[in-house]
Design a protein around this ligand. Structure first.
Ligand code: SAM
Length: 288
């Protein structure tokens, strides 16, 4: 049986409360894939993660022609993207996460970067956000959509809080198009279990939901080949013997996540796991 939303949210909260400190210590402030051009020489993992943010901004044509003034970083982790976006666009950024540990750490990082007046973090559920409708110029969701137990409600909330003319930029784990074999479904179930995901959908299903909600100028891209090399890097660093005591200290939940790395690597290799981008705009003229 799928978990109820409140049980799932508690698990997600616990997962990130327990693992974020170690993640930051080992891998830095960005909790998402890195970006690799085809044939690109091996590069620093953190640089690859910064490159992903740059490439998403470029692909999404964010700030063109008008830089966003107010941004929601939905599923903000410890504020990796939030600080980049605040600096890049000189924007006000609000980050939300289910994890109090992440929200606190993100606020500390904003203070250290002297961005406290521009960037705020809070614990809030993306499926029922504590914001007025028509508030943000940009809703940015980098690798949080896969955690959402109701993808339709997730996009509907994004739509609601966007200002007319505002942009949604979602980057999320997906599965391949078409129907999945029982073996593929079992593979995904193991990934869901380890990373606290209710389920993932295909990119075309996201596009369909966005169309139904009324988003305009919808674009999509599949960057699976661009991000798959990331898992080789993460696996190599996770099993560096100097880090094993820290993984063990941070508990079973983090150890499981480390053990799940091979599942992601094989999921990309077989084409089952996909990495999707979706951009769309809330129309300026609302249909009545
Ligand atoms: C893989 S982390 C990505 C963090 C950040 N976007 C980054 O790239 O560094 C997923 C994030 O989504 C958040 N999240 C998951 N479900 C959520 C929900 N229902 N409401 C708000 N945040 C959620 C988690 O708390 C976590 O911060």
């Amino acid at each position: 049986m799928p978990p109820t939303t409140s049980t799932l949210n508690q698990r997600i909260r616990h997962f990130y409360d327990a693992s974020s400190g170690l993640w930051e210590q080992v891998w830095g402030e960005h909790m998402h894939h890195g970006y690799y051009e085809p044939g690109e020489k091996p590069k620093d993992r953190r640089q690859a993660q910064i490159d992903l943010i740059d490439k998403v901004i470029e692909w999404g044509q964010i700030g063109d022609p008008q830089p966003p003034e107010s941004i929601l970083d939905l599923g903000c982790g410890i504020g990796g993207s939030s600080l980049v976006l605040a600096q890049r666009f000189r924007a006000q950024v609000t980050g939300i996460t289910l994890s109090p540990v992440q929200a606190k750490r993100a606020q500390e990082r904003a203070a250290a970067a002297e961005l406290s007046s521009q960037v705020q973090f809070q614990v809030a559920d993306a499926l029922s956000m504590p914001f007025e409708s028509n508030t943000f110029d940009l809703v940015w969701s980098l690798e949080s959509g896969e955690h959402m137990p109701d993808k339709q409600q997730f996009l509907a909330e994004c739509y609601r809080v966007l200002r007319p003319g505002g942009q949604l930029m979602v980057v999320t784990w997906c599965h391949r198009e078409g129907s999945l074999s029982p073996q593929e479904q079992r593979h995904l179930q193991r990934i869901y279990q380890i990373y606290c995901l209710p389920y993932v959908i295909s990119l075309s299903q996201y596009v369909h939901l966005a169309e139904q909600l009324g988003f305009d100028r919808i674009r999509q891209a599949d960057w699976s080949e661009r991000v798959a090399p990331f898992w080789d890097e993460v696996i190599a660093s996770a099993w560096d013997w100097r880090r094993i005591p820290a993984v063990l200290r941070s508990g079973w939940i983090t150890l499981q996540a480390a053990l799940g790395l091979g599942l992601m690597q094989r999921g990309y290799a077989s084409g089952l796991v996909r990495f999707g981008l979706l951009s769309g705009y809330k129309p300026r003229q609302q249909l009545s």
